[in-house]
Design a protein around this ligand. Structure first.
Ligand code: PLP
Length: 422
């Protein structure tokens, strides 16, 4: 029999309170895996997080109990699926602090959310002579769409530089911001450095010259409480798979007034009120931006992930991960020949480094032999690598289930890198 999961009390979500990583680890089946004979130490969470049983079960329940298309049927299963899909949006809106549910659009991820804004808002609002202001620590997905927009519209892309510690040079931000700035697109947390940017301040200054503000929250939403109204941003984007949810689903928050005035990004079924060969009347928010059958399974899984995050508590996650990062920073400093990339005033989620003895790819290969999963490369942030004069870095990135033992395993494997290569 079909079960309506939307308001179902989850048995396997943790109770709110101080974060107990040992208990939380048991919620993630994959963390019991061994890799090449060693217990898995998963430190590639900025790329994607592992999924708790609650998310896996929610997706399985959708397919075993109420799989149907949404918004299209009066039959029972379609009603239940539609309810679950709408409930997922309600949860996402509450999670981000949106004023109304329709300010949240489901997309494929942060990348598509940024592309939606660049295509729709950008092509409507950006004119020759306008400027788009980004920063030197953006992920490629918050660079390339703006480059393309500038090329098409005759606008200019400006870039706020990054200092040696990995902080934005705010004096330069002030210098570059002017009445021609149409949009400021800035990452909340850098995926290459871990820097937490002062978004509230940036948004206030941008609004003072009449610019809109898009915040790339791909690396902040999993790690700290986010409230788009407190941040003061106009758009906020994030990816479900980096927040313990499934791949292929992401969120775009946009202020209703802006979304309302924006033209559709894609077109077809589900995004219309009426169609004749002469004229189409577009649907209202949020359907105007969700053409075609949506990622229902993704929305259901993401809703379960948000429930999970809320139950653990974003404040508790932020505090726990902060202390784990401090522990990791001092543990890594004792590895001979290891250089941390940047020392940002405020860091979340990520620590990147290079070693004298070995290229990041060799480092990650040796670590893999020990069951330690990190990432090596440019992390889709090549301008950051250029800024720090390296082709690539090794990056350990953390989640709520990582422990000091994980950090110790990382450090031990890095000593092995030195033993092999130095
Ligand atoms: N922005 C940042 C800061 C990221 O770290 C990433 C992914 O690593 C993205 C955007 C793109 O996310 P997705 O590939 O899920 O669209």
């Amino acid at each position: 029999m079909a079960v309506h999961v939307a308001n179902e009390k989850r048995r396997d979500t943790p109770a709110a309170g101080p974060l107990d990583p040992a208990r939380l680890r048991a919620d993630f089946p994959i963390l019991a895996a061994t890799v090449r004979g060693n217990p898995l130490v998963y430190l590639d969470n900025a790329a994607t997080t592992q999924k708790p049983r609650a998310v896996i079960d929610a997706i399985a329940r959708y397919y075993t109990e109420y799989n149907a298309n949404v918004h299209r049927g009066v039959h029972y299963l379609s009603q239940i699926a539609t309810q679950a899909y709408d409930e997922a949006r309600r949860k996402a809106a509450a999670f981000l602090g949106a004023t109304v549910d329709c300010e949240v659009i489901f997309t494929r991820g942060a990348t598509e959310s940024i592309n939606l804004v660049a295509h729709s808002y950008g092509r409507q609002r950006v004119l020759p002579g306008d400027e788009i202001l980004i920063t030197g620590m953006e992920h490629h997905s918050n660079i390339v769409p703006w480059q393309i927009l500038c090329k098409e519209t005759g606008a200019t892309l400006r870039v706020v530089p990054v200092d040696d510690d990995g902080n934005l040079v705010m004096e330069e931000f002030d210098r570059l911001l002017n009445e021609h700035t149409r949009l400021v697109a800035v990452t909340h947390v850098s995926n290459a450095l871990g820097t937490v940017n002062p978004i509230r301040d940036i948004a206030a200054r941008a609004h003072a010259v009449g610019a809109a503000v898009l915040v790339d929250g791909a690396q902040s939403a999993p790690h700290m409480p986010v409230n788009v109204r407190e941040l003061g941003c106009d758009f906020f984007v994030c990816s479900g798979h980096k927040m313990y949810g499934p791949t292929g689903i992401g969120l775009l928050y946009g202020r209703a007034e802006l979304l309302d005035a924006m033209p559709p990004y894609q077109s077809g079924g589900d995004m219309i009120l009426s169609v004749t060969f002469e004229k189409t009347i577009y649907g209202r928010l949020p359907s105007k931006f969700e053409a075609g059958t949506p990622h229902i399974e993704g929305a259901v899984g993401l809703a379960a992930a948000l429930d999970y995050l809320n139950a653990v508590g974003l404040g508790a996650i932020a505090a726990y991960e902060r202390s784990l990062l401090r522990y990791a920073e001092s543990a890594l400093r004792v590895v001979p020949g290891l250089r941390l990339m940047g020392a940002p005033r405020k860091r979340a989620g990520v620590i990147a480094f290079t070693m004298d003895a070995a290229h990041p790819h060799d480092i990650s290969q040796v670590l893999d032999e020990a069951g330690v999963a990190i990432r090596a490369g440019h992390h889709c942030a090549q301008p950051v690598m250029q800024r720090f004069g390296v082709p690539a870095s090794a990056r350990a990135s953390f989640a709520l289930y990582n422990t000091r033992e994980d950090v110790d395993a990382l450090v031990q494997a890095l000593h092995e890198v030195n033993r092999i290569f130095a």
